[in-house]
Design a protein around this ligand. Structure first.
Ligand code: 4AD
Ligand code: MG
Length: 444
C-alpha cells in the first residue's frame, strides 16, 4: 500500500493507511504500548493492545526511540488521544532501521523518580550529530520557513523580470576587499573562494541582462566567534540596471522584504509563535532611513552611547544593537536603513557623490546588519581610480574590463539568508544553519 503523510492520515478516519517515519516517543505499560510516529508533516499515535498482538512482543521489546518504522493500520477517532483525537490501530508493523542510544540530548529531560535530570547538549555537541538534532519540530520548521523565505523572494523577483544566474565560486582574484579571502590550490596556481557574487552580478549588467539575482554560497575567511558570523553562508544577491539613485535600490529591498515576511507569516506565523515564541511582523513601507552621523548623535542623546571617534565612519557592534531600540522607539519599526558610511569603510565599487560620500547603505534588522547595498560606479575611469586608491587595481583588472564596452548605471544588494533566519526565529547563527562552518568547524 502506498505510504501517506501523517498529516493526511489524520484526516482518514475509518480507513486503512500506511505511515512511515521516526519513533518520536515510546511508552510501554502492562497492557498497552504507545508509539508516537513522526514524519515531516506531523505526529500520530500508534496504539497497540499487547494481548491482541503477541507476535510483536520481540519487535516491540527491541524498538528504540528514533528508530524508523512502517505501520499499516486503521485510523481511529478517539477523544482520549491528545494528538488530534486520532490514533492508528496497527495490523502490520515493521522496523526499517533501529536507532542506537542517541549520543546527544536534543532537549533537557526532566528528572524522574528513578533518573536524574539530563541536561541539553551544547550546540557544538549537537552539531557533531546535526542530523539527529535536525529531527526536532523546531529545526524542521526552521528549514520549512527558510524555504518559504527564499521562494517568496525568488517569486517576487521573477514577477519583476529578474533573471536568475549562477556564477562561479572559484575565482582568480579576491572579490570584495582583498582581506578575509580563502585561497585554494588550483592546479599549479592559486585561486580564491568567492566572497560575494558582486563582480559577476555587475558583469551581467554589462551583458545587458538588466535585472538579475543569485542565491548561493559565500565564503569569508573571518576569524570571528560571534553569534552572527560564519565562514560560509548563503547569500541572496541582486543587481539591476537603469536606476536613478541608490534610493531605487532601497525601495526594491523594502518591497522585497515586506512581501517575503508577509508570505512567511501567512504560511508559518502561528507555528513560529508556538515553537519559537516570536511574532512575525510584516513591516510597513517606506522603512526609516538615517544618516550614520545622525544615528550616532541620536544614540548619544537618547542612551548616552558614545562611540570612539575613529570608529564613527562605520557602525560599531554596540551602535548596531542599540539602533534596534532607537528604530522601535523613534519609528515604531524593526528595520533601519543607515546611509553615509565613510569612504575608507566601503568597497571601491560603490559610487560616490560630489562630496565623495559613498552611495550605499546597510540595512539593520532587529539590531543586526542583514544587507549592504549601493549604487555602483559604472564609469570606467572613475572606477579604475577608486580601485587604485585602495591598491586593488591589479587584482581587479578583469573586473574593470566589464566597464569599457558599455555598461548601464546600476545598483544592488546582498542579503544574508542565515542571518535573516536567525533574526526571524531569535536563535544564534549556529542554530540557524543546516550546517555551521566556523574557524573551528569543518565537520560533519
Ligand atoms: O555586507 P556584505 O559583505 O556585502 C557584500 O557582499 C556586497 N557585495 C553586497 C552588495 O551587493 N553590495 O555581505 C552581505 C550580507 C551581510 O549584510 C550579511 O547579512 C551577510 O551577507 N554576511 C554574513 N553572514 C554570516 N556570516 C558572515 N561572516 C557574513 N558576512 C556577511
Ligand atoms: Mg556589509
Amino acid at each position: 500500500m502506498e505510504r501517506v503523510y501523517v498529516a493526511d492520515a489524520l484526516k482518514k478516519t475509518g480507513e486503512t493507511v500506511t505511515v512511515r517515519g521516526f519513533v518520536d516517543n515510546l511508552r510501554d505499560s502492562k497492557y498497552m504500548t504507545f508509539i508516537v510516529l513522526k514524519d515531516i508533516t506531523g505526529k500520530v499515535q500508534i496504539t497497540i493492545e499487547k494481548e491482541k498482538h503477541p507476535e510483536w512482543e520481540e519487535l516491540l521489546a527491541g524498538l528504540t526511540g528514533d528508530s524508523v518504522i512502517s505501520v499499516v493500520g486503521e485510523v481511529n477517532a478517539n477523544d482520549y488521544v491528545k494528538m488530534g483525537g486520532v490514533e492508528i490501530l496497527p495490523s502490520e508493523i515493521s522496523v526499517d532501521s533501529v536507532a542506537e542510544a542517541l549520543p546527544i540530548a536534543r532537549k533537557a529531560i526532566p528528572a524522574t523518580k528513578k533518573k536524574k535530570e539530563v541536561e541539553r547538549s551544547s550546540i557544538d555537541q549537537r552539531i557533531d550529530y546535526r542530523w539527529i538534532d535536525l529531527r526536532t519540530d523546531e529545526n524542521q520548521l526552521m528549514f520549512k520557513v527558510q524555504t518559504v523565505m527564499v521562494n517568496a523572494m525568488r517569486k517576487f523577483l521573477l514577477d519583476r523580470n529578474f533573471i536568475e544566474i549562477h556564477t562561479p565560486k572559484l575565482i582568480g582574484a579576491a572579490s570584495e576587499s582583498g582581506a578575509d579571502v580563502f585561497a585554494v590550490e588550483y592546479f599549479d596556481r592559486q585561486a580564491y573562494l568567492a566572497q560575494s557574487p558582486q563582480f559577476y552580478k555587475q558583469m551581467a549588467m554589462a551583458a545587458g541582462f538588466e535585472r538579475i539575482f543569485e542565491t548561493g554560497p559565500v565564503f569569508r575567511a573571518e576569524k570571528s566567534y560571534t553569534n552572527r558570523h560564519t565562514t560560509e553562508f548563503t547569500g541572496f544577491d541582486l543587481e539591476f540596471s537603469y536606476i536613478n539613485s541608490v534610493k531605487d535600490v532601497m525601495k526594491m529591498e523594502e518591497e522585497l522584504l515586506t512581501d517575503m515576511l508577509r508570505e512567511v507569516k501567512e504560511a508559518y506565523g502561528e507555528q513560529i509563535k508556538e515553537l519559537f515564541g516570536k511574532e512575525v511582523i510584516v513591516p510597513t513601507t517606506p522603512f526609516p532611513v538615517i544618516d550614520l552621523q545622525d544615528l550616532y548623535a541620536a544614540l548619544e542623546k537618547e542612551y548616552g552611547y558614545v562611540a570612539p571617534e575613529e570608529e564613527k565612519g562605520d557602525l560599531t557592534t554596540e551602535a548596531e544593537q542599540l539602533s534596534f531600540r532607537y528604530a522601535q522607539e523613534k519609528f515604531g519599526h524593526e528595520f533601519l536603513f543607515v546611509t553615509g558610511y565613510s569612504v575608507d569603510k566601503r568597497p571601491f565599487y560603490h559610487m560616490r557623490d560630489e562630496q565623495g560620500m559613498p552611495q550605499g547603505y546597510d540595512l539593520i534588522w532587529r539590531g543586526v546588519e542583514i544587507t549592504t547595498g549601493a549604487q555602483r560606479e559604472h564609469r570606467y575611469e572613475i572606477l579604475k581610480k577608486q580601485a587604485q586608491e585602495k591598491g586593488l587595481d591589479q587584482d581587479v583588472q578583469f573586473y574593470l574590463e566589464f566597464f569599457r564596452y558599455g555598461c548601464p548605471p546600476h545598483g544592488g544588494f546582498g542579503l544574508g539568508v542565515d542571518r535573516m533566519t536567525m533574526l526571524l526565529l531569535d536563535v544564534s547563527i549556529k542554530e540557524a544553519m543546516f550546517l555551521f562552518r566556523g574557524p573551528n568547524r569543518l565537520t560533519p
